[in-house]
Design a protein around this ligand. Structure first.
Ligand code: CA
Length: 528
């Protein structure tokens, strides 16, 4: 069906709007209000709603996203070549906890079926994870995982999967540098993700800088296991405060097969305990959701991200934990974050994380303009200011109740700002370390991104993407742009899907296809 020319303006003060039509619109196309295009405008790109003189503010989301570099008459195509980016907001004099979050009644009665852990956290999947201390052992562990899946896993029907927690860290790094704490605590906290049931087992080479006891200091791993009738095994784990470790350089190993057999034997003990886990009814407040966007376009901030924001508010009302991240994509809206902080301490923690990241970028002679990608621009996002305004919407309207530094584990409910890079796979990795049991990811350009450690629900910003990538996208938010559905409709659809996926009643598209990205650590410290 040929769609009549349609644009979306977000705020009455905006002097640009987004072209909705698939394939864009040609020169001369006329909208219902009489606005006529002076040139072709691609889908998702901006059109001037008023005559803009050189130097005039270009406003979207009621925010100045740039200044006109030349006279731009009404009906012109507004893109990154014709606007100049505003300077970044400073970190002084920001509004501190000035906005009172709207009154939102508690949302009660929603539950899911999850795996309750000894430490109170709840898993959405039942997975054996094998922690690695260093990249050197990665392929040995992968070899073992292939055999464990083929030879052992069929005997443990309640266990969903076996994954190797491979990474590129562990040696050849300045391990005593202050920032080394980021990758180290990330690997540690990933091993403790609720989906792994506290069953930590490690494979170490032997001579690496990141020794097992440094990765897992005594007391890190809960000794209590999920199976109460398993007293002998509890003793086993307790015998080694660092958990179970196979060290490849151990004198006992003669030949490769000996290493593989040791890993498999250890895996079998953990699989037995994991196999005793059972799903039980848990309140929605036990959900720990990480939200992220990637491959964004101009629709991200119109459709998918507002729907995620609505679902975020539902989750907060239900008493759950929701975290949003991506420092470089919120930096330009830092005033929105500090003003929404629940108290001054939270606002200061947000500023501390932004300052740390500003310094980190400065050390590498980069600034926030390093964020937008060619695809973002093709999708209509002119610069990071415009991208940031569309990204922050994922956080909904709730007060921000806590802040996490990269790699830290979440210990509270409500809306959390988890500071991470915006890089999809690094942000995802850090959110897994923070303890998410489900990940929600929005995309406009399209990405097959997923994780092996937690299910990833992907939300398409446009119907065209959802149609073409019908077996990769779990939800289509593009119906919001065309008026077929409201932000609330898609927000509720997402919330309900989260409960289904967390319960294991539904698999995500990426789970069905067994697609997942590698864990990628954030290592701001030097490599030696
Ligand atoms: Ca991202």
């Amino acid at each position: 069906m040929e769609q009549s020319p349609l644009y979306i303006r977000v705020h009455p003060r905006d002097n640009v709007a987004i072209v909705v039509n698939d394939g864009g619109l040609p020169e001369g196309a006329t909208f219902a209000d009489g606005l006529t295009l002076r040139e072709r405008v691609p889908q998702g790109h901006k059109v001037a709603l008023a005559d803009l003189a050189e130097g005039d503010e270009v406003i979207r989301y009621n925010v100045v996203i740039g200044y006109a570099l030349k006279n731009l008459p009404k009906g012109s195509w507004i893109n990154e070549h014709v606007i100049r980016m505003p300077s970044p907001p400073g970190l002084e004099g920001l509004p501190i906890a000035t906005v009172k979050a709207p009154e939102m009644p508690p949302l009660e009665g929603f539950t899911f079926e999850g795996y309750r852990n000894a430490d109170g956290t709840v898993g959405s999947r039942n997975i054996l994870a094998i922690t690695t201390t260093v990249q050197c052992v990665a392929d040995v562990v992968q070899h073992a995982v292939t055999r464990i899946k083929a030879e052992l896993l069929p005997r443990f029907p309640n266990v969903d999967d076996v994954v190797s927690l491979g990474h590129t860290y562990g040696c050849g790094v300045a391990i005593d540098a202050p920032d080394a704490m980021v990758p180290i605590r990330t690997v540690r906290n990933i091993s403790l993700n609720p989906n792994f049931g506290g069953e930590v087992m490690m494979v170490s080479l032997g001579c690496e800088k990141l020794q097992p006891e440094r990765l897992m200091p005594p007391g890190t791993i809960p000794i209590v296991t999920t199976a109460v009738d398993d007293v002998a095994d509890i003793g086993d784990v307790g015998a080694d405060a660092n958990g179970d470790v196979v060290v490849l350089q151990d004198d006992a190993h003669v030949g490769f097969q000996s290493m593989i057999e040791s890993i498999m034997k250890m895996a079998e003990r953990h699989l037995e305990r994991l196999n005793n886990r059972r799903r039980e009814t848990c309140p929605a407040s036990d959900l720990v959701i990480g939200v992220q966007c990637g491959g964004s376009d101009a629709f991200s901030g119109l459709t998918a991200n507002p729907a995620v924001g609505f679902a975020t508010d539902l989750l907060v009302r239900a008493g759950a934990t929701v975290m949003f991240s991506e420092v470089t994509e919120v930096r330009d809206g830092v005033d929105q974050l500090t003003s929404r902080a629940a108290n001054p301490e939270v606002a200061q923690a947000i500023i501390r994380e932004m300052q740390w990241y500003d310094d980190y970028l400065k050390r590498g002679s980069a600034d926030r303009s390093a964020n937008t990608t060619p695809g973002n621009k093709k999708g209509g996002l002119s610069n990071i200011v415009e991208k940031a305004m569309g990204s922050i919407i994922k956080s909904g309207n709730s007060a921000i109740s806590g802040v996490l530094s990269p790699g830290e584990k979440v210990r509270q409910k409500g809306l959390i700002y988890a500071a991470t890079p915006a890089s999809d796979f690094i942000c995802g990795t850090l959110q897994v370390a923070a303890g998410i049991n489900l990940h929600v990811f929005t995309t406009g350009r399209g990405t097959p991104y997923s994780l092996a450690e937690v299910p990833v629900i992907k939300v398409a910003t446009r119907s065209d993407l959802a149609r073409r990538w019908h077996d990769l996208m779990d939800i289509n938010a593009g119906t919001i742009a065309t008026g077929e559905a409201s932000i609330e409709d898609v927000g509720w659809e997402l919330f309900r899907l989260m409960l289904e996926v967390a319960s294991g009643r539904k698999e995500t598209c990426a789970e069905k296809l067994k697609l997942h990205n590698a864990l990628v650590l954030f290592n701001p410290a030097p490599v030696t």
